[in-house]
Design a binder for this molecule. Sequence first.
Ligand code: SF4
Length: 361
Amino acid sequence: MEVSTNFGIDYIKTCAFAARHSYIEDMESQLISFEKRLQAKNFKVYWASSEDDLVEMVHDLLPGKYRTKVCFDLPTIPEGFNSSRISKVSIADVENGRQSPNVLFTQADFGIVETGTLAFYDRKSKNCFNTVSNIYVLLDISKLVIKASDLELILYLRSFYQSQKFLPQDLKLLNAPFLKVSENINQDGEKITQTPVEITVFLYDNGVTQILQDHQLRNALYCIDCGQCKTVCPAYEYDKEYTPIGLVRANCFEHHRTSGNLFSRALLCGNCDQVCPVQIPFTDLIIKEIQLSAPPKKGLLALSKTFERRKKLNKMSGSFFRHFFVRRMYGKNKMLLNYFRKQKEPFYNVTRMQENPQNEQ
Ligand code: SF4
C-alpha cells in the first residue's frame, strides 16, 4: 500500500486531483491501452456510445434465441431492458441458488489502465461472480485511472468521507479470467465443477466525449463519487433530485440545459466548491451553463440578482430581519424556506466571498 495515513488529507486530495487530471487530459490514448489489456485477458470489449446503443448491443449479444434470464446489478436499469427478450432475476435469488441467470449484468466503479483491472466496490452481486457463465460489465469511460496507486488515493478519500476507515471492506478487483463453480453430475457420475466465465466489458461513453470537447466543462469528469457535494447542497437537501455533480453533468448537454432549471436547483452558495476533493469548480461551471442556456444579458442579470440575494442573506445572518427576508425570497417553496430557517451559519459561502470580492461589490 503506497498511500500512508501519515500524509495529511490535503496532500491526498492534491494527489487525487493530479491523478484525475492525468487520465482525463489523456483519455483517448489511455482508453485504447485499457482496451488492449482487457482483450489480452480474453475479455470481450464493446464501445457503447449511448443508452440506446447499449440496449441494442446487449440484446444482440444475449446468449440463446429466446427469453434470457438476466440478473441486473446496476444503479439504474435502462428502460430498454424491459423487453420480452429479458427475464429479470433478483440478486437475492442468485445468491440463494434459487435462480441461475444466463447473464449477470453489473457496473464497475473504476478501471485501472496499467493492469487492465476492473474495480467494484460495495456491489451487491459480488458473491455471485463465480456462479454465472456470463458477466457483462458496464464501465463509464471517465471512470478510469492510470495506475493502481491512483485508485488507492480515490478509495482512501471515499472511505475517509464515508466511514472514516482507511479502505472499504467491500472492494472486488477483477483482474483475470476465472471459473464458474457448479455441481452438475455428468453421465459417468463425475462432478463437473468448473467452467470458464465469459467476461464482456461495455466501455460506456454516454456523453463523456462530448463533455470532453469543452475545456471548462470537462472538469465535471473528475468526479470520484465520494458523495461529499450532495451532503452540503441545500437544493439537494430539499428536493433530492439532483446532486451538484448530477446537475452539472446533466447541464453539460444542450438539449437538457435551461436557465430556469439551473436557477431552481443551484443556489450558487459555493458549498460544493469547498468540499470537492478533486477541485471541481462547481460555481464556475454552473455560471457557464446558465450563460450558455440564456441570452448573455438575461443570464448575467439573473446571476447578479442571485448573488445580490446571497449577499443580503449573509449579512442578515442571525438577525430578526433574516426571518422576513427568507420568507419573502423563498416563501413559495416550503421545503426550501424551512431549510433556510434552520441555518445557524451564514448561508452564503464566506470563503468564496473572500476569494471573489468582485462578486460582493
Ligand atoms: S463532484 Fe461531488 S461526489 Fe464527485 S468528487 Fe466532487 S464532491 Fe465527490
